[in-house]
Design a binder for this molecule. Sequence first.
Ligand SMILES: Cc1cc2nc3c(=O)[nH]c(=O)nc-3n(C[C@H](O)[C@H](O)[C@H](O)COP(=O)(O)OP(=O)(O)OC[C@H]3O[C@@H](n4cnc5c(N)ncnc54)[C@H](O)[C@@H]3O)c2cc1C
Length: 458
Amino acid sequence: MAVFATRAGDAGADYAGRMTEVHEVQRQHGLLPRTTRRRPKVVIVGGGFGGLSAAKALRRADVEVMLLDKNGYNTFQPLLYQVATGGLNPGDVTYTLRAFAGRYRNVRFQRRKVTGIDLEKKHVLVEEGEPFAYDYLVLCPGVAANYFGVPGAEENAMVMYSRSGAIEVRDHVMASVEAAAQGRPGAPEPVVVIVGAGATGVEMAGALAELRNVAIPLSYPELTLDRVRVVLVEMSQHVLGPFAEPLRAYTAEALRKRGVELRLNTAVHEVGPDYVVIGDGEKIPSAVTVWATGVSAAPVVGGWGLPTGKGGRILVGADLQVQGHPGVFAVGDAAVAPDAPLPQLAPPAMQGGQHAAKQIPRLIAGEPTEPFRYHDRGTMATIGRSDAVVQLPFGLKLKGVIAWLAWVFLHVMELIGYRNRFATIANLSVHYLSWPRALNVIVGDVPTQDAPRGSNPS
Ligand SMILES: Cc1cc2nc3c(=O)[nH]c(=O)nc-3n(C[C@H](O)[C@H](O)[C@H](O)COP(=O)(O)OP(=O)(O)OC[C@H]3O[C@@H](n4cnc5c(N)ncnc54)[C@H](O)[C@@H]3O)c2cc1C
């Protein structure tokens, strides 16, 4: 046996050696691909800020990338409030993911809703169709609203995480204004209550206040301004919690000057179809309630068999690999490193996506991974036309027109696709430069009075 084995082994080694030489000659003449091995498969779940940054950073890696998203498009969430208040069209802030994938030779996209992960078999399970096999996985499914158990909030409040959510808010706001102008019997007064005075709540309140102060008097002379109310309710004593005190104070004052009713130190106890109960039981009438506070990981993430922490976010280590699951990364809003939690903003998601993408070739090459370091380049929030606040690293602060110009420039540059950038510049220019006469809102369908509230298909 031993002799045969040695002889067979010698013959095999000889043959293998000769074939290696033959393959090398063929390779040098371009007759063989550089490698005949299967390229590792990377599946990315979620085509938001994190997912697209990861896919782009893998474009030159020797891997096949499959990007999955439940929607066929990417949504630029920071400008959704402009869609909700009629400053931009939904198409300005969305970009088709197939066109994105088409830019890169090794990236493919499929519109699939991910329902689970088989971590043993290394399969991503989807709502319809065959599972997707992976060697490496990057999870960036974002977040969903957290209603903190407030009665009626989920059923009656609207959220703005998606294009459809923003359109729903816009249509209901405009329908309530129209109904009040017509004097329709039983129509609720056009009052919008926004819950949460973080950046989203502040931006939404500022934009609605401009609608109220400038566009509505032009288009609805039947309505007196005191009937159209914008109420911003915040549980803490500040607006824009993560910002420095002078910027918070500036923002609060700017909102008040625009006529926003600020209710700080005020909790929301109940949300009804046409009211909100706040503070010590005060019932505010509300034609439209926008829930702009509290996020947690999407409920589906809880069933993926991964360790989760605060808000159901996936627990990751310093290199962004999911704890106990080498080769599986989680980034963006859906992930949290317990020792170094990051704000749920676009830059950490983008930088996290890039970092995860850079670690995959290292793992393939058998090299150790590197820890993720977040580079804070500042935070900004707009209050309205020519007014914003910007907080830069090292304590630098901007406010007013300069901050607003920085905000416009950055948001337009971050949009994907020339067409979106052009359309956004054109729409915002018409919206702001020809102020106030051209401040007519871009409206869509008016929902029927029976349309379900708070329904958000995506
Ligand atoms: C209204 C609003 C305004 C904001 N303004 C700012 C701002 O001014 N500046 C800033 O820095 N940040 C802002 N943010 C926060 C910022 O948008 C998020 O931090 C960022 O989008 C997080 O990126 P992500 O990749 O983790 O998730 P997302 O960008 O949310 O992407 C998640 C993706 O996963 C997909 N997905 C979810 N579940 C599944 C599933 N089961 N199967 C398949 N696909 C799935 C979703 O469709 C989505 O495309 C804002 C957010 C909102 C809602």
